[in-house]
Design a protein around this ligand. Structure first.
Ligand code: ADP
Ligand code: MG
Length: 249
């Protein structure tokens, strides 16, 4: 269970999040919606260990996550993607997957010096996992293309694949469907359903209400740093305050 309890975050005198709480159980997809500037990415950054909250707590299975230490949070099984995909454009798709595995695991460099034999075996295993993951994402035919040559939607799928190489228990996804064509959005949604079936916790920031309705078990609505509603997608769509502040725009 991922728990965010009464988290507040300020930038200078500006309060970006005010006492926000949410819970996300295993095998679930939790949507976070709200207007631009409402604090969605800030919330993700707190959970990912990028920002230190002024107050409140974030726990995974009862253990506090390390505030301000994203590598430690990643090592604890929390992976995240960014609103704008972070890829090495001049490396191939396959090389990005390999680099992603190393980054996410965070321990590759140690093994490299200590146990070269084990690392060679390990690299082989990672390579075959990368291959299998690219197949799963429908990107196998792009393995040897430069990542920079992929479409925006394919780049987003690739960053999800890189993330999954570390087998995270929690996935934090920041607007994966933004700027992505409908066919790839369908593919993302199918992947999210699979990740849920595998028991993972998915937090999904998204403006695409169709995707939210298709995949989310529960939705939390932020407005100006405040949580104004939570419930099933159907409940959220029927909530007057939500319609006024966001959906009715
Ligand atoms: P959202 O993702 O919902 O669009 P953000 O979480 O990115 O919103 O931002 C919430 C508010 O906090 C915005 O007003 C934004 O300008 C501000 N903000 C976000 N990050 C920072 C930062 N690092 N420094 C100062 N202000 C920030
Ligand atoms: Mg954002």
């Amino acid at each position: 269970m991922l728990r965010v309890r009464d988290v507040s975050v300020s930038f200078g005198g500006f309060r970006a999040l005010n006492a926000v709480s949410l819970e996300a159980p295993p095998a679930s997809i939790t949507g976070i919606i709200g207007p631009n500037g409402s604090g969605k990415s800030t919330l993700l950054n707190v959970v990912a260990g990028v920002y230190v909250p002024d107050s409140g707590a974030v726990t995974l299975n009862g253990h506090p996550l390390a505030y301000g230490r994203p590598e430690q949070v990643a090592a604890a099984g929390v992976g995240r993607t960014f609103q704008v995909p972070r890829l090495a454009h001049k490396l191939t798709v396959f090389q990005n997957m390999m680099a992603g595995a190393r980054d996410q695991a965070g321990e590759g460099v140690f093994n490299l010096f200590l146990r070269p034999g084990a690392v060679a075996r390990c690299e082989k295993e990672i390579a075959s996992r990368a291959e299998a993951m690219l197949k799963r994402l429908g990107l196998a035919h792009k393995a040897n293309d430069y990542a920079g040559s992929l479409s925006g939607g394919q780049q987003k799928l690739l960053t999800m694949g890189m993330l999954l190489m570390a087998d995270p228990a929690v996935l934090l996804l920041d607007e994966p469907a933004a700027g992505v064509n409908p066919v790839l959005i369908e593919q993302q949604a199918a992947l999210l359903h699979e990740l849920k079936a595998e028991g993972r916790i998915v937090l999904l920031i998204e403006h695409n209400m169709e995707m939210i309705a298709n995949v989310c078990d529960r939705v939390f609505v932020l407005d100006a740093g405040e949580l104004i509603a939570s419930g099933t997608p159907a409940q959220i769509r029927a909530d007057e305050r939500v319609v006024r502040s966001y959906l009715g725009m």
